[in-house]
Design a protein. Structure first.
Length: 455
């Protein structure tokens, strides 16, 4: 298969053009001549050598990218063709809209994650992030491999079942314990996709893969591996598109937005949510996007915009999100929205704005939370304690904190630790014995998975 050659990316994209290697060579020669590079005149044999791994020297990579881009009908860089130092697998989060090439990128990312290459797998910010998300939400992929040996019905069922198991485990106890297994499973899925997906199973395969990639990204984010989380979400967005589930892709983009809020890039979060809002069609995804957009505006101190978007989510929830809410967005309910309102009120109050106390929203969230969402319940409890401290209720805050800390001890999560950091900051003005005990316990728990982020 093409992926066994020295440069599988180049092999796939030349195949995608539908043109012979000789025709590609002729087009490169013509373009080079027009650009004044008369010494560049490859033949079909030279193209084959490049596919086998030989590296052409400049200006050939740029010329080849331009020729293949025009022939394939998709803008490509030398990195997309495997002709840069690292290429598409390691640089940024952009994915080619070609089934096999995208799966190769995913396999490369999971392999680099196992090698612990955090220096390479860094988060992408700004325009490259927004453009990649926009392309994934709006693009249509195609496949070259018409073999069908990667999956059968039993394999897809097993994939669906293992993803459901890990999803429940993550929501209950945090994803740190299972993260390596989840990412390894995703790497195996990438290999199988390259072996071919039977047409009758395509929707199930890519829907299950989108779910697994969304989860793998989330558990990676939850242990502080932000770069690989972003890449896995990028592939999840792509896979949801292959499955024909555009709203599923929208939900995954909201996860990418959540990460941007968390890492202190609210403008990027709004950029992602703006794209998501344009593509969302289901009431549940519309409400999720509106709720999260309100939260970002609150972080920016824009009370009016925050109220408008949070109010839009209120209305959608009041009207009902439908009788057949997909499992992948069923977590978004009145409790989740109350949590967003709570954090919004906290941020606005911290900026000298806002009305209703954050503690009342955290209390609402705790009352409404369904069983099985232990991590977010702990975060609500810690958030409530911090809000009470901020509101001058030291005694109530200490009582709420001790209850939340009892539960937090059973969760392995960087997200929980980041919420503990807000508790420690809120408790700073108080010097009572009860609050000192809260500080001691919170610091001990935070030491297990340290982070400087307070969220």
């Amino acid at each position: 298969m093409a992926r066994e050659t020295g440069n599988p990316h180049l092999a796939l994209w030349i195949a995608a053009t539908g043109q012979s290697q000789g025709e590609i060579a002729r087009r490169i020669t013509a373009l080079a001549k027009a650009r004044g590079h008369r010494q560049v005149a490859p033949d079909a044999t030279r193209i084959r050598r490049w596919i086998d791994g030989e590296r052409p020297r400049p200006p050939v990579p740029a010329l080849l990218a331009e020729v293949v881009s025009e022939a394939a009908g998709q803008p490509l860089t030398p990195g997309d063709l495997g002709l840069a130092g690292t290429g598409v697998v390691l640089d940024g989060i952009q994915l080619p809209l070609l089934t096999e090439a995208a799966a190769q990128a995913l396999a490369g990312w999971t392999q680099m994650d196992f090698m612990n290459r955090r220096d390479t797998l860094k988060p992408t910010f700004g325009a490259p992030l927004i453009l990649a998300a926009e392309r994934m939400l709006g693009g249509t992929a195609r496949a070259l491999n018409y073999d069908c040996k990667g999956f059968d019905a039993d394999t897809v069922t097993a994939l669906e079942e293992v993803t459901a198991f890990f999803t429940k485990a993550d929501a209950s106890k945090g994803g740190a314990l299972h993260r390596s297994a989840i990412v390894a499973q995703l790497g195996e899925v990438a290999r199988r996709i390259q072996d071919g997906v039977p047409p009758k199973l395509k929707t199930r395969v890519f829907a299950a893969t989108a779910d697994l990639a969304a989860l793998a990204g989330w558990v990676s984010h939850d242990v502080g591996r932000y770069g690989i989380a972003q890449r896995l979400w990028s592939y999840g967005t792509y896979a949801a598109g292959e499955a024909g589930q555009r709203d599923r892709a929208v939900e995954i983009v909201t996860r990418m937005s959540h990460q941007m809020i968390y890492l202190g890039h609210p403008a990027d979060a709004l950029g992602l949510l703006g794209i998501a809002a344009q593509k969302a069609t289901l009431p549940a995804t519309k409400a999720l996007v509106a709720s999260q957009t309100g939260r970002v505006h609150a972080a920016l101190g824009d009370e009016r915009a925050a109220d408008r978007h949070l109010g839009d989510a209120d209305e959608l929830l009041a009207d009902g999100l439908g009788d057949d809410i997909p499992e992948w967005v069923a977590y978004f309910d009145a409790a989740e929205h109350s949590g967003a309102r709570a954090v919004s009120a906290r941020d606005l109050t911290g900026l000298g704005r806002g009305g209703r106390p954050a503690s009342t929203h955290f209390e609402d969230a705790l009352k409404l939370r369904k069983p099985g969402f232990d991590r977010v319940r702990v975060m609500d409890g810690v958030g409530l304690a911090a809000a009470l401290f901020d509101e001058g209720e030291a005694e109530r805050g200490a009582a709420a904190a001790h209850q939340a800390l009892d539960d937090a001890a059973r969760i392995d999560s960087t997200l929980v630790v980041s919420r503990l950091n807000t508790l420690l900051e809120a408790a700073r003005p108080y010097e009572t014995a009860a609050v000192d005990e809260v500080r001691t316990r919170a610091k001990e728990l935070a030491a297990a998975r340290p982070t400087t982020i307070a969220a």
